[in-house]
Structure formats: structure tokens, C-alpha cells
Design a protein around this ligand. Structure first.
Ligand SMILES: Nc1ncnc2c1ncn2[C@@H]1O[C@H](COP(=O)(O)OP(=O)(O)O)[C@@H](O)[C@H]1O
Ligand SMILES: Cc1ncc(COP(=O)(O)OP(=O)(O)O)c(N)n1
Length: 268
């Protein structure tokens, strides 16, 4: 029987469908990986912001992980919103021994400005989960927190990527350029070489869930055995089209369009 590439997301929810688990599963599906999910927090949110958060008890996160891991193959996984230390401990305990690609989107704050992680959990994430990653994908504010320094230029972005690998033990680091002026250029450092992935900046407010979608797209390709640099290249094309062809849904920062490449007729 043919093996279907299987990708798992461990993250919070977005009932409006633009970010979190919902964005991840849509992305896995579009990129032809079988999607699975473990929910860390149920978040009442939409394009205007976060209205309420209900964290799932750590035991229940452990049970969900056991359900998936005891029965299903997982070829690659990603984490998104992990709001507190007990959740991180469970993820570390269940996932550390797995020798499969792990992409961490170190989610801290939503586009709306709402915090999605407890303050004291940030340092724990850096110490315990970052060293398990194959790739970490911070935006600029997240990278600034992780390295404890300001990032004001492309040179700073490149230095941050190197520091995340060499000082904090990430397998590779992709610093995203959504939050700096100029073209939307992201820098990937894999421990040896630096790569730039660039797209023209699109003038839009439809950026809700861009980080979730981008990291899920990378995870999908990694689950198919595609090498890291090529996976990021595919994902950059996917997220750029998704922003470009956003539907303008919602009253606030709208979701991206996960089927944009399919609509464009681009063969994936
Ligand atoms: N306005 C934009 N035009 C084109 N690409 C963008 C735009 N905003 C973000 N991106 C791209 O979307 C991806 C997610 O980046 P970013 O918005 O920085 O992440 P996050 O959603 O985690 O804040 C990156 O590839 C970034 O370069
Ligand atoms: C449940 C959940 N997880 C993550 C985010 C933040 O998503 P991100 O892709 O960084 O996009 P923005 O919201 O910052 O655009 C979220 N909102 N909800």
C-alpha cells in the first residue's frame, strides 16, 4: 500500500479559520499531506482579535498525543500556540524521542496584539523545546525576545538566525520579514549557509495567520521528505500567493487564501 505523507500540528484553534489548527490543516491538505491535530487551547478569536482563551489541561494534551502516536505514522510535526509550561513539559516528554522533522512557530502575540503565551513560559520554550527543533520560524518580535536583542536591519535578522542555531540549539532558523519595511524577505540559516527568500511586499491587511500557514506549508513538504531549503522555497510561494489572493473576509485583519495556488492553476 502507498504511504501517504502524514503531518501533525500541535496548536491552538481559530474558529474563524485563518490561523491556528484550522489554517494548518487547510495548508496540509492543499499541499497533499494527511493532516492531524492536537489542540492545546481553544481560542475564541476572529479577524478583529481574541475574545477568550480556554487552555486544554496538560493531561488531555498528553492523551491526544498518545492517540495519534499509538496509531498513526507521523512524518513531520509543527507546534504553534503553547501557552504555558505544563503544556510544554508534556510536549517535550512525548515528542523528544521522535527522530522526525519538527518545525516550531514560536507563537507569542496575534496580529491583533493579544498575548498567546504566558510570560514565564517564553524562557522555558527557549530552553526546553527550541533544542528539539529542526527549524524555528520566528517573526521579528518573537526573534527579538528569543535572543534578547533588538532587530532593526537585515544584518540583525541574519545574526539572529545564527544565534538561534549556535547559542540556543535550534536545528535551523528562519527569521521572517513580515514586520520590517521593504520587501518581505526571510532569512534561513541551516547551521552552514544563509539563504534569502524574498517576495514583493503586498499592501494588504489580510495577514491573519500568515505565520501559521507558512510554518504548516514547510512542515507539509518536510513530511514528504523534501529537503529543508526546497521546503521553505515551496512554502514561500504558497504564503505569497495566499496573501496576494486573500478574499477580504472579516472586519479586521482578514485570513489568507489557502487555495490560492490551486486557483492560479499552479501544479504542486
Ligand atoms: N505584506 C506582506 N507581503 C508579502 N509577504 C508578507 C507580508 N507580510 C508577511 N509576509 C510574509 O509572510 C510570512 C509570515 O511572516 P510574518 O508576517 O512576519 O509572520 P507572523 O504571521 O508570524 O507575524 C513571511 O514569509 C513574510 O515574509
Ligand atoms: C491559535 C492561534 N495560533 C497562532 C496565532 C497567531 O498566528 P500567526 O500565524 O502568527 O498570525 P497572526 O495572528 O499573528 O497574523 C493565532 N492568532 N491563533
Amino acid at each position: 500500500m502507498k504511504h501517504i505523507p502524514c503531518a501533525l500540528t500541535i496548536a491552538g484553534t481559530d474558529p474563524s479559520g485563518g490561523a491556528g489548527i484550522q489554517a494548518d490543516l487547510k495548508t496540509f491538505q492543499e499541499l497533499k499531506s494527511y493532516g492531524m491535530s492536537v489542540i492545546t487551547s481553544v481560542v475564541a478569536q476572529n479577524t478583529t482579535g481574541v475574545q477568550a482563551v480556554q487552555d486544554i489541561p496538560p493531561d488531555m494534551i498528553a492523551s491526544q498525543l498518545e492517540s495519534v502516536l499509538s496509531d498513526m505514522p507521523v512524518d513531520a510535526y509543527k507546534t504553534g500556540m503553547i501557552s504555558n509550561i505544563p503544556m510544554m513539559e508534556v510536549i517535550e516528554q512525548k515528542m523528544a524521542a521522535l527522530r522526525i522533522p519538527y518545525v516550531m512557530d514560536p507563537v507569542m502575540v496575534a496580529t491583533s496584539g493579544d498575548a498567546l503565551i504566558e510570560r514565564e513560559a517564553r524562557a522555558f520554550l527557549r530552553k526546553h523545546l527550541v533544542p528539539l527543533t529542526s527549524l524555528i520560524t520566528p517573526n521579528i518580535p518573537e526573534a527579538e525576545f528569543l535572543i534578547d536583542k533588538g532587530i532593526d536591519s537585515t544584518q540583525d535578522m541574519k545574526s539572529a538566525a545564527k544565534e538561534l542555531v549556535h547559542t540556543y540549539g535550534a536545528g535551523a532558523a528562519l527569521i521572517k520579514g513580515g514586520h520590517i519595511e521593504g520587501d518581505a524577505t526571510d532569512f534561513l540559516y541551516d547551521g552552514h549557509d544563509m539563504y534569502a527568500f524574498s517576495a514583493e511586499r503586498i499592501h494588504t491587511t489580510s495577514t491573519h495567520g500568515t505565520g501559521c500557514t507558512y510554518s504548516a506549508a514547510i512542515t507539509a513538504s518536510l513530511s514528504q521528505g523534501i529537503p529543508l531549503v526546497e521546503s521553505v522555497k515551496i512554502a514561500k510561494k504558497f504564503i505569497t500567493a495566499a496573501i496576494q489572493h486573500a478574499s477580504g473576509l472579516g472586519e479586521g485583519n482578514g485570513p489568507t487564501n489557502h487555495w490560492a495556488l490551486r486557483e492560479e492553476g499552479v501544479k504542486q
